[in-house]
Design a protein around this ligand. Structure first.
Ligand code: NAD
Length: 488
């Protein structure tokens, strides 16, 4: 199943005639599930069935966890330099197969091919970062904490960890998860989104080709039931989740009740504040790109822009730019944005637009009449009298993923940076996602947990500290007197 998956499912025309079953990956082998329940993986641009995804059976899930558990002792003892080299090879293979990976992302998720390349590339950067794990995983050492006694700490892997993925970044988000986890010495069970599992399967094929030993990375499929099984399984020590708040908070509490650590990146409503002194062209381009890129299905997509001092001077030009966007299948070369993920998502967006109009919103540009399973996303335009008012509007929002300001005033930008309640702040940057040497730092309702994805926090999430205090006495020195009091 393995390599054939890469060559056939990545081809939309080949797959539609005979949709392939998405395999599980258990103990180094891609295996067909024995499940009797399958979900269609749909190409959102054409509504064709790309592949059939099994609801992995409980027995298969247990086999995946047990393969990961079995692989752990030898993998954790594999030199960190060797583990890094697997990542070094993996990043090379991802570059080699970038086009195939991107085509799979476009076929199953709908975003444009160029944007799909970005999806893969942003994940690739995490793999590159994992190549330096030895330095990232270093412990600390204090010599002579008392006479002849030293204390040092080491960061050790946790054991079997799991990742639960959303649909919107089929390549990047699995790559936020397993490369850091396994390079720290953990083994892994990945559950891709049931809507677009293809990129995860391909990445796993590449990881095996790169030399990841069998059982270190396993893949299972499904929805609620398998997620609950992951939360409940005593052999799984940590869960990385990215997705909606309903699922994320459920997973956070259910898994925490079982003593697991959880990092849960969730929903967002990202705002941009535009001051009258902002650079007009650069700001408008940034707003349109961040509002409508990937059909608005990025967790850092811009959903609301607040024009301080009034929106009128901006509206016409904003609409002109939005009107010029080409909406079509992501595989067409001149497409600016592709379809949203499903008919249901499109209907939901229509309902939201209508409810806005019903409550008095002006529709500056109606994108609802675009035919086929495609739809332009929604950018809400608001006005505020002052920067203080605008910051208040943003801070009243329960989410805290990202927020940006557009201005040429350093004073205003600094005030915004200080007062805004968002984890990722952009100053003249519309989508301020940090590269992997920092961490992805959503806050408020956009994140549950205390160790963020990737960067130093990501390494801390996937490791636990052992602190050693050592004393080596010369045997000739003798034992001295017994002392029962705590040393002072
Ligand atoms: P989703 O929550 O529907 O699904 C995510 C995963 O959880 C899937 O694997 C799904 O099978 C599982 N799942 C869904 N509902 C569940 C439930 N009730 N119980 C147990 N498991 C469940 O999310 P999605 O629609 O795939 O992704 C879009 C969401 O993800 C948006 O809210 C977006 O903002 C968010 N997101 C956040 C970030 C971030 O870093 N903060 C990044 C990407 C996406």
């Amino acid at each position: 199943l393995g390599s054939s998956y890469m060559s056939t499912v990545a081809q939309p025309s080949a797959s539609k005639r005979n949709p392939q079953r998405v395999p599980n990956l258990i103990g180094g082998s891609f295996v067909d599930s024995k499940s009797s329940s399958f979900i269609d993986v749909i190409n959102p641009a054409t509504q064709e069935v790309v592949s059939k995804l099994p609801l992995t059976t409980n027995e298969e899930f247990k086999a995946a966890v047990s393969a990961a558990k079995k692989a752990f002792p030898s993998w954790r003892n594999t030199p960190i330099t060797t583990r890094q080299r697997v990542m070094l090879k993996l990043q090379e293979l991802i570059r080699r197969d970038m086009d195939k990976l991107a085509l799979s992302v476009t076929t199953e998720q709908g975003k444009t091919l160029k944007d799909a390349q970005g999806d893969v590339f942003r994940g690739l950067e995490v793999v590159e970062h994992a190549c330096g794990m030895a330095t990232l995983q270093m412990g600390e050492y204090v010599s002579n904490v008392a006479h002849g006694i030293d204390t040092y700490s080491i960061r050790e892997p946790l054991g079997v960890c799991a990742g639960i993925c959303p649909f919107n970044f089929p390549a990047m988000i699995p790559l936020w998860m397993f490369p850091i986890a396994v390079t720290c010495g953990n083994t892994y069970v990945l559950k891709p989104s049931e809507k677009d599992p293809g990129a995860s399967i391909m990445l796993a094929e590449l990881a095996l080709e790169a030399g990841l030993p069998e059982g270190v990375l396993n893949i299972v499929h499904g929805t609620h039931d398998i997620v609950n099984a992951i939360c409940d399984d005593d052999d799984i020590k940590a869960i990385s989740f990215v997705g909606s708040n309903v699922a994320g908070m459920h997973i956070y509490s259910r898994a925490a009740a079982k003593g697991k650590r959880v990092q849960s990146n969730m929903g967002a409503k990202n705002h941009a504040i535009v001051l009258p002194d902002a650079n007009v062209d650069a700001t408008l381009n940034a707003l349109v790109a961040a509002g409508f890129g990937a059909a608005g299905q990025r967790c850092m997509a811009l959903s609301t822009v607040i024009f301080v001092g009034g929106s009128k001077p901006w509206e016409t030009k904003l609409v002109e730019r939005a009107k010029a966007l080409k909406v079509n299948a992501g595989t067409e070369h001149d497409t600016d944005l592709g379809p949203v993920i499903s008919k249901q998502a499109k209907e939901r967006i229509h309902r939201l637009v209508q409810s806005g109009v019903d409550s008095g919103a002006r529709l500056l540009l109606d994108g609802r009449n675009i035919v086929e399973e495609i739809f332009g996303p929604v950018l809400l335009v608001m006005e505020a009298e002052s920067l203080d008012d605008a910051i208040n509007i943003v801070n009243q929002n329960k989410y805290g993923n990202g927020a940006s300001i557009f201005t040429t005033s350093g004073v205003a930008a600094r005030k915004f940076q200080t007062e805004i309640e968002a984890g990722q702040v952009g100053i003249n940057v519309p989508i301020p996602v940090p590269l992997p040497f920092f961490s992805f730092t959503g806050n408020k309702a956009s994140f549950a947990g205390d160790l963020n994805f990737y960067g130093k926090a990501g390494v801390n999430f996937y490791t636990q500290i052992k602190t050693i205090t050592q004393q080596w006495k010369d045997s000739a020195a003798g034992g001295g007197k017994v002392n029962l009091a705590m040393p002072t």
